[in-house]
Design a protein around this ligand. Structure first.
Ligand SMILES: Cc1ncc(COP(=O)(O)O)c(C=O)c1O
Length: 425
């Protein structure tokens, strides 16, 4: 392996390696990165790069922790996994195994497309464990959705209520409301707020929505909202404002005689990508839920994706270039944004570690770049990094959700293989 040296202008003050990400199942053993009890670099050498690697136990741990927090509310709860984050059948099987249908330990599914409904049914989820919240639902979508008798369907537009009413009069439905307040990793990830968004029914048209449902004999038993994605500790007050509005709308529907039995508060809780990011305290989140939903006597349903999946996976890639350009140093990988789009699309920060020495001091400042011919194909910028050389294997952490799920064959780069590991000591 070539000796890597930094010219003085690119050396940064030595920074201790971040180790905030170490947890059971993702660790440093004898100075090397291990995931689920396996040496990460050995996995890369054996299976090739890029390579998605998942620690299946981590999905389960995250779900159990979430449920434990919900249990502190003292109100009935349901946890559903937002399948869009990672629809792999092995991941879904890990959640399925957590509890028998209907038990408090069980995890259901949040689906948002006919394909996800079909996948959930194939993976053994019962229709009433599946909650569908789509947007711009077509008749073709409804062919699949309505065929799953008992599936919980949340509609997000008055025209959709009319459409379902014509197709399935007498059915029970939920409605997605827009609380006109949002929470997100940044403003672009707020799904509701001052500016009108494409989601949900606003409070000023709530009666119209309820009238449309009544005209078709549809019973509204669920109120749904999703405030936005990726929000961390500081986002909780913003989430609470959205919840408050949704609770007010729920009360209005109840006052009209709608037998609301569930308020689905969506997902959106982020997971830290760097040590400086603090996740929401789940007990504080649960206390907020209890404060606003306890008095309504409803079941609270949560449908996180990122929070349950992000830290359960990583992407292994090989360093193929180390080059200084224009006074900046670039570390180039054999993977591109098409297989890990978190930073490229959403701006989510992520941690990258060399597998042979994850805790090496960080004496360089680099941009970590991918192999797609686009200038923004970057995984990190101005990033303190330890010296690496061509041929080294690095792990991009936090790719358990929305990486493989959103991967594409852009530039005819193939989608990497994935391995799903049962944890061993
Ligand atoms: C309706 C709905 N529920 C749940 C989620 C899952 O979000 P997250 O993975 O951020 O928890 C989304 C994401 O867009 C969503 O739109």
């Amino acid at each position: 392996m070539a000796e890597a040296t930094a010219p003085p202008n690119l050396a940064s003050p030595t920074t201790a390696a971040p180790d905030w990400w170490i947890r059971p199942g993702l660790d440093v053993v004898e100075g090397r990165l291990q995931i689920a009890g396996r040496d990460a670099e050995h996995l890369a050498r054996e299976h090739g790069t890029p390579l998605y690697v998942y620690d299946l136990e981590r999905f389960r741990e995250n779900a159990r922790r979430f449920q434990a927090a919900l249990a502190t509310t003292g109100i009935p709860y349901r946890l559903r996994f937002a399948m869009k984050a990672n629809p792999d059948p092995k991941v879904l099987a890990a959640f399925r195994a957590l509890g028998a249908p209907g038990s408090p330990e069980s995890v259901g599914i949040d689906a948002c497309s006919p394909g996800e409904v079909t996948r959930a049914l194939e993976c053994g989820f019962l229709p009433d464990e599946i909650s569908y919240t789509g947007t711009n639902v077509s008749n073709r979508d409804l062919d699949v959705i309505l065929a799953a008798d008992g599936l919980r369907l949340n509609l997000d537009a008055i025209s959709q209520i009319e459409r379902v009413g014509r197709r399935a009069p007498g059915r029970t439905i939920g409605i997605r409301v827009n609380p006109a307040a949002g929470a997100g990793y940044h403003a672009g990830l707020e799904y509701s707020g001052e500016r009108p968004t494409k989601f949900g029914i606003y409070e000023d048209r709530l009666d119209e929505a309820a009238d449309a449902a009544a005209r078709h004999g549809l019973t509204i038993d669920t109120v749904h909202f999703h405030a936005g994605s990726g929000w961390l500790e500081q986002g909780l007050p913003a989430f609470e404002r959205a919840l408050e509005a949704a609770a007010r709308m729920t009360r209005r529907l109840m006052d009209r005689g709608c037998p609301i039995r569930e308020v689905n508060v969506g997902g959106g809780l982020g997971a830290p990508g760097r040590g400086s990011e603090i996740p929401v305290d789940l007990e504080a989140y649960a206390a907020v839920l209890a404060r606003h939903l306890g008095p309504l006597g409803v079941t609270v349903a949560c449908e996180p994706g990122d929070h349950l999946g992000r830290d359960a996976g990583l992407l292994l890639a090989e360093v193929v270039t180390v080059e200084d350009r224009g006074g900046a140093r670039f570390v180039g990988l054999d993977a591109g944004w098409n297989v890990n789009c978190g930073y490229f699309i959403y701006g989510f920060l992520q941690e990258i570690v060399p597998c042979h020495d994850p805790l090496a001091d960080r004496t360089w400042t680099v941009g970590v770049a991918g192999h797609i011919n686009e200038g923004h194909d970057l995984f990190a910028e101005d990033y303190p990094f330890p010296p690496v050389a061509e041929g080294d294997i690095v792990a991009i952490l936090g790719t358990g959700s929305y990486s493989e799920a959103m991967s594409s064959t852009h530039c005819l780069r193939p989608i990497p293989p994935a391995i799903h590991l049962a944890r061993r000591d």
